[in-house]
Design a protein around this ligand. Structure first.
Ligand code: GTQ
Length: 345
């Protein structure tokens, strides 16, 4: 590969003439934007332990009233991107959100898509387009782009959940904004009751409530049962993984980020190939290690880590006699739509 000319090789007068006309020579920066064989990734393998987050989040509950926060969130920021960027990866944002009993996080809608993975507590709910979605540990609740959502809490202990948003990429596209709304009138819940069995959906033609996002809440008890069934019925299946999908189209549940849950059999070690998207792992139940060639994290319940793209990962269940359950989020839908998705094995 040729050594390319440097900026310093050019006469200062010439460089100034370019700058004055908003022009930049490509060759000094060509290898930077098109590095050989593998992309440069700002995303660093990073782990956030829940035992570190929890006391600081509860302290935020005392320091900052909900009215002053709107959303009381500590952002899980990847130091590789710079903490102020508030990104876990190029396309993913992660935050731990706290709602105290009786608090209310007011209604708004925004262009980035969000999901909540419930970490701790009972009695809270997110109302999405008038549909009240109760929150229990491990439940996944979608608040897709443009839909009104607000959070409330009728219980008596703090509730914490993990927010996953595609905010960094929507912001990068200069397409990120929000609109404030009124408290929503709750209507009878339809999503879950209209999709009680996979493969059976209301016929869209006759469905007056038809929405691009027909299912907003994926209860952990159902997801867990599906994973256990899969593990029991297919004893030679290596990756016991489900994808959270749109029940009417079979597509990923959202357009930009993909969401999955994985059962690791007792003591199982599972290698995930090096793929182009970055991936987030969050421990729902049990304990597991998440290892790359370079480093390894040990995840306890409610811990979260992020691994950059183009990196093979080995997950290992650290429990010898019980399954462990992992929630995963990645950038696959975005990479596939853009045509840049790669699996390097
Ligand atoms: O709960 O609506 O972590 O709007 C970041 C932005 C949560 C939310 C976040 C948000 C929300």
């Amino acid at each position: 590969m040729n050594e390319l000319g440097r900026l310093e090789d050019l006469p200062q007068e010439y460089r100034d003439a370019l700058t004055a006309r908003n022009l930049v020579p490509l060759w000094p920066s060509l290898r930077g934007v098109l590095p050989p064989k593998i992309p440069t990734r700002q995303t660093r393998a990073t782990c956030w332990a829940y035992k570190d987050i929890r006391p600081l989040l509860l302290q935020a509950g005392e320091l900052t009233p909900i009215e002053k926060a709107e959303r009381r969130v500590l952002v899980l920021a990847n130091p590789g991107h710079g903490l102020e960027k508030m990104q876990a990866s190029a396309a993913m944002y992660l935050g731990m959100q706290l709602l105290m009993p009786g608090e209310w996080a007011p209604s708004h809608r925004h262009t980035p898509n969000a999901v909540r993975m419930v970490v701790e507590g009972e009695g809270a709910y997110t109302t999405v387009e008038g549909e009240k979605c109760p929150m229990a540990r491990g439940d996944l609740i979608l608040t897709p782009t443009g839909l009104w959502h607000e959070h409330g809490h009728d219980g008596d202990k703090p509730v914490v959940w993990l927010d996953v948003l595609d905010l960094p990429v929507v912001y990068y596209l200069e397409a990120s904004y929000h609109i404030d709304g009124q408290r929503q009138t709750v209507k009878p819940s339809v999503g879950e009751r209209s999709h009680v069995r996979s493969g059976i959906t209301p016929t869209p033609l006759f469905n007056r409530r038809h929405s691009a996002y027909p299912l907003l809440r994926y209860a952990w008890k159902d997801t867990r049962a599906a994973l256990c069934e899969l593990a029991d019925n297919e004893s030679d299946l290596e990756a016991v993984q489900i994808t959270y999908t749109n029940p009417e189209t079979g597509d990923d549940a959202q357009n930009i980020l993909g969401y999955y849950a994985l059962l690791l059999r007792p003591g199982q070690s599972l290698r995930l190939p090096a793929r182009s998207p970055a991936c987030v792992f969050h421990m729902i139940e049990g304990q597991a290690s998440v290892a790359t060639d370079a480093q390894s994290f040990s995840l306890e319940e409610a811990d979260t880590c992020c691994i950059p793209g183009y990196t093979a990962v080995t997950l290992k269940n650290l429990q010898k006699d019980q399954p462990s359950f992992v929630f995963m989020a990645d950038e696959s839908p975005l990479h596939r739509k853009l045509g840049v998705y790669e699996d390097r094995g």
